[in-house]
Ligand binder design. Structure first.
Ligand SMILES: Cc1cc2nc3c(=O)[nH]c(=O)nc-3n(C[C@H](O)[C@H](O)[C@H](O)COP(=O)(O)OP(=O)(O)OC[C@H]3O[C@@H](n4cnc5c(N)ncnc54)[C@H](O)[C@@H]3O)c2cc1C
Length: 337
């Protein structure tokens, strides 16, 4: 069913809980309904897809139409002794899908437990955590191409997944509405415990079962990240910067304990934006209604009543401090509207 809401409040539809409104929100259940919504001559103006609003900062009234998928079906497409392929509609909560996998002893999504948001958004920035990324389990993405008024799909390779990036943030930006995602999960154990404290936390729970890994990831996340229901935020506000190897080596010589990770390009290295912000003295910093979280410097928070503009002013302050101190530019991961 298609539902339309006008002059709709967005406070409960964005995890920063900023008080903005949208001219219009159109909610749809079935992919085919998009043909009707985008019928020639009736296309909504200035449309944008809103999933769970966990990676969007509204800085003003949304003068246009937010398209909000509402389909929540999960359908097993194929299965053999080794793996299972499942199609999941866009509005299924990501963590409900991870729980669905873990309950069925299917491996591959467990490290991505508790990432807030909907399945439809998972390919957009190729969500990732604890050494895993959505691309490791995505086999196909189904979407509606608004420009061509056509239902299309892409294989994993065609999505051009990279660190917090995909074709949906590039060539298909402003064109694609993801309606469902196919995932292929393994039936054989594939524990991926190389990241941070995960191996220790999993061992403390009795070893590398799917349930223990999920519990360990959830516990670490709950300890480190603020609950959006209590303190508005959008998780990591900034991406980890990728710099030339030489730049990284020069920084390492100066800051011995600086965390450094490999990047996809062997001539580059990934720095930890949280560490840079902390070292620049901004962790726990507060100005007015906004601040940098005191346990995770990558997270900007709304202490209550903040506007999107206040969050952006703080983001610019953080970027400037990091640039001044390290000569490194940190970019926003959050979508600013
Ligand atoms: C506390 C917290 C922790 C987080 N931790 C992580 C983490 O560990 N790793 C990580 O990668 N992210 C993390 N995030 C960010 C967020 O969870 C992800 O970006 C998630 O995918 C957002 O899902 P959403 O449904 O809320 O998307 P939204 O915020 O609604 O949208 C995000 C972007 O995707 C687009 N989009 C959404 N749905 C669709 C669709 N169906 N079709 C086309 N485009 C669409 C939107 O237009 C927008 O550009 C965190 C966020 C919070 C609040």
């Amino acid at each position: 069913m298609i539902k339309k809401y006008f002059d709709h409040p967005l406070r409960n539809l964005n995890s920063f809980h900023v008080e903005e409104r949208a001219d219009c929100i159109i909610e749809f259940d079935h992919a085919e309904e998009l043909d009707q919504i985008f019928a020639e001559g009736q296309e909504p103006e200035n449309w944008y897809v809103l999933g769970g609003g966990n990676n969007i900062l509204f800085t003003q009234r949304y003068a246009g139409t937010l398209i909000h998928p509402a389909g929540r079906n999960i359908t097993v497409l194929s299965e053999d002794a080794e793996q299972l392929t499942v199609e999941v509609e866009a509005a299924v909560e990501w963590d409900d899908f991870v729980a669905w996998c873990v309950e069925r002893e299917l491996w591959g999504a467990e490290n991505l437990s508790l990432i807030p948001g909907n399945v439809g958004a998972s390919p957009v920035q190729n969500i990732g955590a604890y050494g895993a990324e959505a691309k490791d389990v995505i086999s196909r993405v189904h979407y509606y191409d608004v420009t061509q008024r056509k239902h299309c799909s892409l294989t994993n390779e065609e999505c051009h997944f990279a660190y917090r990036d995909s074709i949906f943030k590039r060539e298909l930006r402003g064109r694609a509405i993801i309606t469902s995602v196919e995932f292929t999960l393994s039936k054989s154990p594939k524990p991926n415990l190389g990241y941070g404290d995960l191996a220790r936390e999993t061992e403390e729970r009795g070893g590398a079962t799917l349930g223990n890994i999920r519990d360990a990831v959830c516990a670490i996340r709950r300890h480190k990240l603020p609950d959006t229901a209590v303190l508005g935020n959008a998780g990591s506000f900034f991406k980890n910067p990728i710099v030339d190897k030489d730049v990284a080596e020069a920084m390492m010589a100066k800051y011995e304990n600086m965390p450094l990770y490999p990047a996809a390009d062997p001539e580059k290295r990934k720095l930890a934006a949280g560490w840079l912000i902390d070292k620049a003295g901004m962790k726990g910093y507060r100005t007015g209604n906004v601040g940098v979280h005191d346990r995770q410097a990558l997270v900007l928070v709304n202490h209550g009543g903040a506007t999107g503009g206040e969050v952006m002013a703080l983001a610019h302050q953080v970027q400037e401090r990091v640039a001044e101190m390290f000569g490194v530019k940190i970019e926003a991961e959050v979508n600013v509207l």
